[in-house]
Structure formats: structure tokens, C-alpha cells
Design a protein around this ligand. Structure first.
Ligand code: C2E
Ligand code: MG
Ligand code: MG
Ligand code: MG
Length: 290
């Protein structure tokens, strides 16, 4: 009887594994087709200056318009894209798409040059030895200045191959690109390493922003991250800001920039452009600074 039960359990287990394997295979097949059919696109989440809530740029976030399953989030496909190597193709397409959008904005709205677009790089993309040449050729082809592009690389990716990362980052920075360390706080950075990396921004992972109000200890952690960043000469971006209370706390801690549903969801290209137009009009009306 025990044996039978155990057998059943084993069967349930293998059925689920089989389901998962089949799901993965069909997702991988769909992804290959989807790349060919141009089903992947970017949405743009505004990044704002916490001091006056003005727009400073956008983070480009990947989406997949799946023919049967609707719009899928990166949590549903980036990991598999990494595993299968499809991330190389997908990633360079996303960077290309972001630069093409920027080029269009620059020609339709020249003042838009003051807003940056930030693109996420996965670990495999970052380690790829062709990355630098790829970035260089995309910038060249689209005519977008490197200074308008930020690349977001997660803390974990940078730490995984710290020695190569320093050199890689230095080369990207030499092109004029700005570097953000993404999802900060979720990895295990060694402070002595962190100091060596040529970085510009540090993005506090949204899990910390969320936890901040749960206990005073968590607020102290965020405070420590902000002060660490400032010691290293980095500006801080908080992600996932959803409430005025979170905004106030982060502002009081000296955090410079933020993104989150309190300000805006990720926007379509058209919506993002409309937001730039509005924000340029508002800043025109403000007296000149300084
Ligand atoms: P991330 O880079 O940390 O991006 C922030 C995520 O938080 C985004 O999720 C964004 O939509 C979400 N978010 C923004 N504000 C709020 C908020 O107020 N509350 C909550 N709950 N969430 C908020 P998304 O778009 O699902 O992207 C998830 C992750 O997928 C990104 O995390 C990034 O690591 C990765 N990703 C997105 N696009 C790309 C891409 O083109 N290439 C690569 N390699 N990874 C990407
Ligand atoms: Mg990011
Ligand atoms: Mg992030
Ligand atoms: Mg994150």
C-alpha cells in the first residue's frame, strides 16, 4: 500500500516535470517564431527627479505580444531566453529598438535629447565578447549619441565575473555610455570590489522600497545603501515607488531619482513622447535655474 502511494506520488511528480518540460519547449519554439515575427517590443517607464518630480528619462522594458497568450512580461521569457541563448538575438534587437525610437524622437522633437533611455542587459549579453562592437554599430547606424543611453547591469552579473566586468564597463564608458547597477541589494557585493567598477547610478531593488515601511531596520538598510552609493560617487534611483509615503522617506534619505506606479506605468512609444512634450512645456514656463 505504501509502495502504491509512493508510486502515485512519483507519477504526479513526473507528470508535472513533463508538463514543465513541454511548456518550456513550446515557449522556446514560440520565442523563435516570435523573434522572426517581430512580436517583441519595448515599453518606456518614466524616471523622475525626486526633488521636483520632473522627467529625466525612461527605462525601456521588454514585452512579448504572444499571438495566443496576450502580452507577456519579461519574467515569463527572459530566463528561458538566457538558457537557450536566444537572448543574444533578442537583446540586440531590444537595444536596436530603443535606439531607433530615440532617433525618431530626436528628429521629431529635438529637445527630447535631454532625456535618456536606459536599456537592461542580461548576464549572457554582458559577458558576450561581441557586446562592445554591437553597441558601437547600433549607435553608429541609428546616429544616437552614446551619452543618451544608459545600460543597466544587475549586481549579480557584475559580481559573477568581476575582473572582466571592470574592463568591459570601462570600455562601454569610454564610448560615452552611462552605467547603472540594477537590482542593487539582491546580490552579494563585496564593498572593495564595488569601488573598482566604473559606475554612474545605483538602482535600489523594489523589494527594499516595499520593505522599507514594514520595519525601521529595513529603512536603515535603504539608508545605508544610499549613503554607500553617495560615498562611491553614484546617484541613486529607487525602483517600484508606489506611495507618497515611500517617496517622502526616499527623498529624506537623499535618493535622487525614482520610478514607479506613483508616477507612471511603463508607457507606449506614443505615450512617452506625449509625456516629453508636456514636460518640456512645463519646464519652459519655469524660471531659468541658477
Ligand atoms: P528591472 O530592470 O528591475 O525593472 C523594474 C521592474 O519593475 C519592471 O518590471 C517594471 O515594470 C516594474 N515596476 C516599475 N514600477 C513599479 C511599481 O511601482 N510597482 C511594481 N510592483 N513594479 C514596478 P518588468 O517590466 O516586468 O521587468 C522585469 C525585469 O525583466 C526587469 O527588472 C529586468 O530585469 C528584466 N527586463 C526587462 N526588459 C528587459 C530587456 O530588454 N532585457 C533584459 N535582459 N532584461 C529585461
Ligand atoms: Mg532595470
Ligand atoms: Mg531594476
Ligand atoms: Mg528590479
Amino acid at each position: 500500500r505504501a509502495k502504491e502511494l509512493g508510486g502515485d506520488r512519483f507519477k504526479v511528480f513526473t507528470d508535472r516535470m513533463l508538463d514543465q518540460a513541454l511548456h518550456k519547449m513550446s515557449l522556446e519554439r514560440d520565442m523563435r517564431l516570435g523573434i522572426d515575427n517581430d512580436e517583441f517590443f519595448l515599453v518606456y517607464q518614466p524616471v523622475i527627479d525626486m526633488r521636483d518630480r520632473s522627467l529625466v528619462g525612461f527605462e525601456a522594458l521588454a514585452r512579448w505580444q504572444h499571438p495566443e497568450r496576450g502580452v507577456l512580461s519579461p519574467y515569463e521569457f527572459i530566463a528561458l531566453a538566457e538558457e537557450t541563448g536566444l537572448i543574444f538575438d533578442l537583446g540586440s534587437r531590444m537595444l536596436h529598438a530603443a535606439c531607433k525610437t530615440l532617433a525618431a524622437w530626436r528628429s521629431e522633437l529635438p529637445e527630447s535629447e535631454r532625456f535618456f533611455v536606459s536599456v537592461n542587459l542580461s548576464g549572457k549579453q554582458f559577458s558576450n565578447h561581441e557586446l562592445l562592437e554591437q553597441v558601437r554599430s547600433i549607435l553608429h547606424e541609428t546616429g544616437v549619441p552614446a551619452t543618451q543611453i544608459k545600460l543597466e547591469i544587475t549586481e549579480t552579473t557584475i559580481m559573477e565575473d568581476a575582473e572582466h566586468a571592470v574592463e568591459k564597463l570601462r570600455r562601454l564608458k569610454n564610448l560615452g555610455i552611462t552605467i547603472s547597477i540594477d537590482d542593487f541589494g539582491t546580490g552579494y557585493s563585496s564593498m572593495s570590489y564595488l569601488q573598482q567598477f566604473p559606475l554612474d547610478n545605483l538602482k535600489i531593488d523594489l523589494s527594499f522600497v516595499r520593505l522599507m515601511e514594514v520595519s525601521p531596520e529595513n529603512k536603515e538598510i535603504v539608508k545605508a545603501i544610499v549613503s554607500l552609493a553617495h560615498t562611491l560617487g553614484l546617484e541613486v534611483v529607487a525602483e517600484g515607488v508606489e506611495s507618497e509615503a515611500q517617496e517622502q522617506t526616499l527623498r529624506a534619505l537623499g535618493c535622487e531619482y525614482a520610478q514607479g506606479f506613483l508616477y507612471d506605468q511603463p508607457l507606449t512609444v506614443k505615450e512617452a513622447k506625449a509625456l516629453m512634450v508636456r514636460s518640456l512645456k512645463i519646464s519652459e514656463r519655469l524660471p531659468a535655474q541658477g
